[in-house]
Design a binder for this molecule. Structure first.
Ligand code: UDP
Length: 569
């Protein structure tokens, strides 16, 4: 059993550990992991005996307690509770009538209460001001209902442990698109929503060719307005420049990759974008901690293979022992059995191999590592299908007849916002945010301080540099790129998110996307001086290179900074 860091322990104590017996004592982190391993291994009993279940329980415990794999937060928090809800990701439909809108709102509240996040596409709603037929009056439109959902989310804390998270999407041809794009421009609005415009290829082509663009009424399909495509495009870029919203989801790219396109078209993703899903689907995630797979200066592919295989089995088991807020969600989830195994600690893996993030060598390694994970994940799901049967919609899926599969999707790169802190590594495929930093708002009990990165400290000590001075400087600024005493190679390897050109952020996103059947959640960090045009270039590149979505964040934009470089001398 690895020791958790102080930061991890604070998070565990505040949010994850259960109260025991009389309610005064908390379970230990080890007891938490044993609870999760035991609960998830129970799924084995459906196909085999107690000895087999115990064997897997011990494998699951081992990979979590050595911090090489962790499941998404709801699995850690809820496994073993009555009606345990273990998934982080849901997509719910929003229909164009009042009872549909409120039914979905209620369902979203139930999902949030148990720690899940929800994504919606609001494009079926008629535009604001549309006459309401027999009752008279006028429709409020998607934007006002997004505000309603946001307000409701604010009131329902996720299991009392975190605020709900939502993705709100409006298609680029909806008559209210400009209002939607400007929703977050005025500061504090919509704290609980990420916004993305649902983009079609023909819109990107219209922008490139300087053509007009038609906004279409979602019910009558009549043209509501014609305007230059560039006008919509520039509004999107201004919003993204000002506060990171809206991002884009590329609906045609998602559609082309959807193995279940015969069942339906995908219109939305979960809150951070890593799982495009059909209405009512849910998905549970888990992430392999790549920083633990370097030995003797090389990637340990054998250990990675074993962990990925066990991880896929773990996530498939979760579907079996999971409880769902309604029958519709249960049915959709069990029909396709989507899971999302991803990674964290990518930047730390590169650090350990001494490969700077902003090099072709790093991107090439990303290609190798993720294609390996993808191949092993699919083999593992294939073998589970032979053992346990295919997902029920397999016959109408793109896998038929070439390959039997247990799961319609197997990989997703999640942000790993909390579990990477628990595993004491860099999040997802992001570069290090800083070499020392402070996070606000993660905990009720104050901010989290992350001391100077131990690998940096070690490099400075071993290199015979003036340790005290350099560490003081890095504690203050969070970076080392400007310290002339340090050699170029060391400064390159320890570059942080804002010292890395946006193009390299995107290259990493794209190379991981290439081998990820779901999607990649990534923020392309931009310097404060970046212009809307720079953002336009990134969005275009992302689309051309088959990203499923794209999000940027310009330094010091937006009104709610939660992470700060440096911790003071
Ligand atoms: N999520 C959520 N609320 C949060 C953070 C995350 O609902 O405050 C959901 C959301 O669907 C997100 C997914 O969990 O896309 C994965 O997020 P992350 O990897 O950061 O979660 P972790 O498992 O680290 O808590």
């Amino acid at each position: 059993m690895e020791n958790f860091t102080d930061n991890a322990l604070r998070i565990l104590q505040e949010r994850y550990l259960w109260r025991k017996g009389n309610g005064e004592e908390l379970e230990s982190p080890e007891e938490m992991l044993r609870r999760v391993a035991k609960y998830v291994a129970q799924a084995e009993l459906k196909w085999s005996g107690k000895a087999e279940a115990e064997k897997w329980e011990s494998f699951f415990f081992d990979m979590m307690s050595t911090l090489v794999f962790l499941p998404n937060s709801p699995t850690l928090m809820n496994a073993g509770l009555p009606k345990s809800q273990l998934s982080a990701c849901f997509v719910l439909p929003v229909k164009d009538n009042l009872s549909g809108i409120f039914d979905t709102l209620k369902l979203a509240a139930l999902v949030h209460q148990k720690g899940g996040g929800t994504g919606f596409n609001f494009s079926r709603l008629r535009p604001a001001g549309d006459p309401l037929g027999s009752q008279g009056g006028h429709a409020s439109g998607p934007v006002s209902f997004i505000k309603l959902y946001d307000f409701a989310t604010e009131q329902v804390k996720q299991g009392g442990k975190r605020r709900g998270a939502n993705m709100g999407i409006l298609n680029v041809d909806h008559p209210d698109i400009l209002e939607f794009i400007r929703l977050k421009v005025n500061g504090k609005a919509l704290q609980n929503f990420n916004l993305s415009v649902g983009i079609f290829d023909r819109f990107m082509e219209a922008v490139a060719e300087g053509r007009d663009w038609q906004l279409i009424h979602p019910n009558s399909r009549k043209v509501a307005q014609t305007l230059p495509a560039k006008e919509v495009w520039e509004a999107i870029l201004e919003g993204a420049w000002e506060n990171g919203n809206p991002g884009m989801v590329f609906l045609d790219t998602i559609h082309a990759a959807n193995p279940l396109s015969k069942i339906g078209r995908i219109w939305a993703t979960n809150p951070c974008g890593e799982v495009p899903m059909l209405d009512y689907e849910s998905c549970n995630l888990g992430s392999v901690n790549l920083s633990r797979f370097v030995s003797n200066g090389k990637v340990d592919y054998q250990k990675l293979k074993e962990t990925v295989r066990t991880g896929i089995r773990f996530l498939d088991n979760v579907i079996e022992v999971n409880h769902y807020p309604t029958i519709k969600i249960e049915k959709a989830t069990l029909s396709n059995r989507k899971i999302g195994l991803g990674v964290m600690g990518w930047a730390e893996m590169l650090l350990r191999l001494q490969i700077p993030y902003d090099t072709e060598e790093a991107v090439h390694l990303g290609d190798q590592v993720m294609s390996f994970i993808c191949r092993v994940s699919q083999e593992a799901s294939h073998e589970l299908a032979l053992e346990r049967g295919c997902f029920p919609n397999w016959e109408v899926s793109a896998f038929n007849p070439q390959k039997v599969m247990r799961n319609a999707t197997v990989n997703s790169i999640a942000p790993t916002g909390t579990i990477s802190i628990l595993a004491d590594t860099s999040s997802s495929i992001e570069p290090l945010f800083a070499l020392a930093f402070q996070r606000k708002k993660v905990l009720n009990s104050g901010s989290l301080t992350t001391e100077v990165h131990p690998l940096f400290k070690k490099a400075v000590e071993e290199g015979g540099f003036p340790v005290q001075e350099i560490l003081a400087e890095v504690r203050a600024s969070g970076r080392c790129g400007h310290i002339a005493d340090l050699p170029y190679q060391l400064r390159s390897v320890f570059k942080t998110a804002l010292e890395i050109q946006p193009e390299w952020h995107l290259k990493h996103q794209l190379i991981f996307q290439k081998h990820t059947d779901n999607a990649v959640s990534k923020t392309v960090n931009l310097p404060e001086t970046a212009s809307p045009k720079d953002i336009g270039r990134i969005y275009c590149e992302a689309w051309k290179n088959k990203a499923k979505g794209i999000t940027v964040f310009r330094n010091n934009s937006g009104n709610e900074q939660v992470i700060y470089q440096g911790i003071g001398k």
